[in-house]
Structures are given as C-alpha cells and as structure tokens.
Design a protein. Structure first.
Length: 238
C-alpha cells in the first residue's frame, strides 16, 4: 500500500519521466546515527544531457559546468517537493540534497575524508539502480554514468522492488581509468566490501577538478566530467 502511494507522488513530480529513474532501498543499519528513525530511502537519478556530455573530451566545458549546476538545482527542488508531499501523506521524509549543494559547515566536516554522512551512491546501489565504477562514478543500468543523484529518507517501511547491487559490472573495461587526468583510479573493481580508498583516490580527483575550474573555466569550483563522457554504459556511447 505504501509503495503504491509513493509511486503516485513520484510520478507526479518526476517530469518528464524519461529523464528520471528512482528506486526504493532498505537502509537498515547503514546510516549515520543522526538519521536514526529513517531506515528506508528513495534514490532519484536525473539524466544529464547527452549533447553536452559528448562535447567533453580532454577537459570540462563551460556549458557542462552550467548544466551540472542546473541539474543539481532541479534535483534539489524536486526532492524537496517530494519530501513535502510525503509528509502531507503522513510519511516522515528527509530530502538529502545533491552533494554539491551542502552547507559550508557540512563542507568543512567533509574535507578531511571527502566523505559525507550519507552516500547517494550507496542508496542507489541498495535500490538496485546500478553500481559504482572504477573512478567512483555511480553507473546506472538505464543512463550509465550520465546522471546526478539525490536521496530521500523515510521513516516508513518501503518494500524494495529491485535486488541491491553488491558488485561492479564494469568487468575488464578500463576506459575511465585510462582517461582520468588525475590518475586517481587503480583499476580495481568495486564491491560492497571494498573501501573507496582501495580503488580510487578522491583527493587526486578533487585536486584536478579544482585545477580545471580555476585555470580553464575561471570559476571557484571543482569540475571535470571526462570519465562520465567516456563511460560506454548508457548515453550515446552504447
């Protein structure tokens, strides 16, 4: 019954439907203690524009920088609207914003480890929407790496409708590893028992993204997208 009510709310908000994916996740025992009481989640993915992504070759473009911001804003708005709709329906809900939209206080806490208190990618893998690639991208079954994620936590038991994804499906593909200008990936495959730092150096990635923003785009932001454009799953590279 609750799944049906949530589907109705999501379908009314996620427009156009071909630009979004979503799924339900059981997050019991997986969240930081600050989220006590919220043991279930909704993962929402918003597709990026293929034409913009295809223009990324050896460096990010200013068009991609603006598109990235636009999609994050759309996700922030729609996840907040959905959380409000759920609350009106008597379902406790907490919208978790796209990671680029966190407050300055939260950002300071993030810097030592480059990890947030909740991982959108973790929620998405638990919802069965995809897996984590060799350069720590979330790779969805439908859109590949060409998407941004947001999450909504709930205090009501939602029945997952897809099997959680526990390991990478990248196989021997190394396109993102080879193209990474930061040389941040070891090439090892992700699984739920492998820590990010074993296969990917987030600090190297961040440093290179900062360099691109500062020297190429003349903005005080971290941006790249080369591995997203190169991934052969989803988009125009299929």
């Amino acid at each position: 019954m609750i799944n049906s009510a949530i589907h109705k709310i999501l379908k009314a908000r996620l427009i156009p439907p071909d630009k979004y994916i979503y799924g339900f996740a059981d997050l019991t025992g997986l969240l930081h203690e600050k989220f006590d009481g919220y043991s279930y989640g909704i993962s929402i993915g918003r597709r990026l524009n293929d034409q913009i992504i295809d223009k990324i070759k050896n460096a990010p473009t200013l068009e991609y920088y603006h598109h990235y911001d636009e999609i994050n804003q759309q996700l922030q708005d729609v996840s907040g609207q959905i959380a409000g709709d759920l609350q009106k329906a008597g379902i406790g809900a907490m919208a978790i914003l796209p990671t680029i939209r966190i407050s300055s206080t939260e950002f300071d806490q993030y810097l030592p480890t480059l990890r947030y208190e909740i991982s959108h990618k973790m929620v998405a893998t638990r919802a069965g929407l995809g897996w984590i690639g060799k350069t720590d991208l979330f790779i969805s079954k439908k859109f590949g790496a060409r998407l941004r994620l947001a999450s909504i936590l709930t205090d009501k038991e939602i029945s997952p409708e897809s099997i959680p994804v526990n390991k990478s499906r990248c196989g021997k593909c190394s396109i993102c590893v080879d193209r990474c200008p930061a040389r941040a990936a070891t090439g090892q495959l992700w699984d739920i028992d492998t820590d990010r730092d074993v296969f990917f150096d987030a600090f190297k990635c961040r440093e290179k993204c900062s360099e691109f923003g500062r020297t190429l785009l003349k903005v005080d932001r971290r941006i790249c997208g080369i591995c997203i454009a190169g991934c052969p799953v989803g988009g125009t590279n299929r």
